[in-house]
Design a protein around this ligand. Structure first.
Ligand code: SAH
Length: 244
């Protein structure tokens, strides 16, 4: 099954962009996903192909028109989830990425200027998604982030190299740190335990390091992780997708 990504944007030439290379690019060539950018401007109906207007109530910048954006969306809507990139949205998580990647694809709306006319979100079923607490100049880079995260999870894309199960967030913890040769570099050596060949000790070291690093670097994640452990009656960790 091909994961279909339809991207509504004023800059269709930005796609697939970096996703045309490396892992995602190979998956694209192999037909594991498709990248279908659609120019929102093609849905403008006036002579000047207007897609934006001045903000009601005044203020700087321009706002993407609801009528034009909805027309572009309606032309491609087919039951796939519709995600609008906006800093006002729900922060994207690995759990949500997994959910999207498990489906038929996604329709992604990229904002520009000051963003979308709010009535768009009242009139259509649209999930508002943020990729973090900072402001980009447009939703395209955010859409590339979302799609990159989805595509690497598609069947066959990551190959034998783990299914990514160990990685940061999948366990509710940051991943442990990595090392490779040379064994000594600028006077620094690889932790002895990793060279011991003792798989049980290595696993214990990795778990302990992941826990310490998460506690120190991401107290927010750590609290959720600990909370999940306490709430779980058996003492076993909850399903990993729920903790992220
Ligand atoms: N005036 C808006 C920001 C607009 S930035 C505000 O302050 O909330 C222009 C566009 O870039 C947005 O419509 C959105 O599509 C995209 N964008 C910017 N930052 C983003 C973020 N953190 N996550 C997702 N999309 C973002």
């Amino acid at each position: 099954m091909t994961f279909r990504a339809t991207i509504l944007t004023l800059y269709p030439a930005m796609f697939p962009g970096p996703l045309g290379l490396s892992l995602a690019g190979r998956a694209l060539d192999e037909g594991r996903w498709s990248c279908e950018p659609v120019d929102i401007r093609a849905s403008a109906t006036d002579r000047h192909h207007t897609v934006d207007g001045t903000p009601a109530g005044g203020g700087a910048g321009m706002v993407l028109r609801a009528d034009v954006t909805a027309a572009a969306l309606d032309a491609v809507a087919d039951g796939r989830p519709v995600l609008a990139m906006t800093p006002r949205g729900t922060p994207l998580t690995q759990a949500r990425v997994r959910g999207i990647a498990a489906g038929a694809g996604a329709i992604v709306l990229c904002g520009r200027f000051e963003g979308f006319d709010e009535r768009l979100f009242e009139a259509r079923r649209i999930e508002q998604v943020s990729i973090g607490d900072y402001i980009l100049s447009g939703g395209e880079a955010a859409a590339l982030v979302l799609l990159d995260a989805c595509v690497r999870l598609l069947p066959g894309v990551m190959g034998a190299a783990s299914s990514g199960d160990d990685e940061s967030f999948e366990t509710g913890l940051l991943e442990y740190p990595h090392y490779t040769r040379p064994v000594e570099w600028e006077g620094r050596t690889i932790p002895q335990v990793l060279r011991s060949g003792d798989h049980a000790r290595i696993a214990a070291w990795r778990q302990a390091t992941a826990e310490t690093d998460t506690r120190l670097r991401r107290p927010d994640l750590w609290e959720r992780h600990e909370g999940a452990r306490v709430r779980s009656p058996s003492g076993a960790r909850r399903d990993k997708d729920e903790t992220t």
